[in-house]
Design a protein around this ligand. Structure first.
Ligand SMILES: Nc1ncnc2c1ncn2[C@@H]1O[C@H](COP(=O)(O)OP(=O)(O)OP(=O)(O)O)[C@@H](O)[C@H]1O
Ligand SMILES: [Mg+2]
Length: 138
């Protein structure tokens, strides 16, 4: 499915739709170039889920943890991963199979460790403010 996002103000609506689309599926993988808007969309998703904390990319820690309204959220950014072994050391499986929301930036870095099912979201930059989200269940 595709969802056009004309500007950042429409992102919360898009996030609501993604959560609804996911249903029981709580693992979301985000694909898109640097600056495409992965972190920004995840911020919206976390707010939709009732997080009041500030959401920033977990660049140094690889994973951040937030509390939503009755749900826990793990936010991964694998950009700086040097090898997939680092994800193993981190205990990624415990997070993925915890039943909590997992929002994952740069899943390309853990290509061999992807969970068996998830929602894939591709973010395409159309212009400065406009994005096209393409998503589906894998
Ligand atoms: N419709 C939109 N959706 C998302 N971001 C937008 C939109 N319009 C403008 N932006 C801007 O684009 C930038 C996206 O940056 P962001 O850090 O979210 O990208 P990223 O995909 O996480 O990059 P990285 O790969 O470096 O982690 C932000 O500055 C944001 O304000
Ligand atoms: Mg990011």
């Amino acid at each position: 499915m595709t969802l056009p996002v004309k500007n950042i103000d429409e992102l919360n609506d898009a996030a609501e739709q993604l959560i609804t689309f996911g249903g029981a599926e709580k693992i979301f993988l985000f694909y898109g170039d640097m600056g495409a808007g992965k972190t920004t969309l995840i911020k919206s998703l976390c707010h939709c889920l009732g997080t009041h904390e500030s959401i920033t990319s977990p660049t140094f820690s690889i994973v951040n943890e937030y509390e939503g309204q009755g749900s826990r959220i793990y936010h991964f950014d694998f950009y700086r991963l040097k090898s997939q072994n680092e994800a193993l050391d981190l205990g990624y499986e415990e997070y993925f199979y915890s039943g909590n929301y997992c929002f994952i930036e740069w899943p390309e870095k853990i290509a061999d460790l992807l969970p068996p099912h998830y929602v894939r979201v591709d973010i395409q930059v159309l212009d400065n403010h406009e994005r096209l989200l393409t998503f589906g269940k894998i």
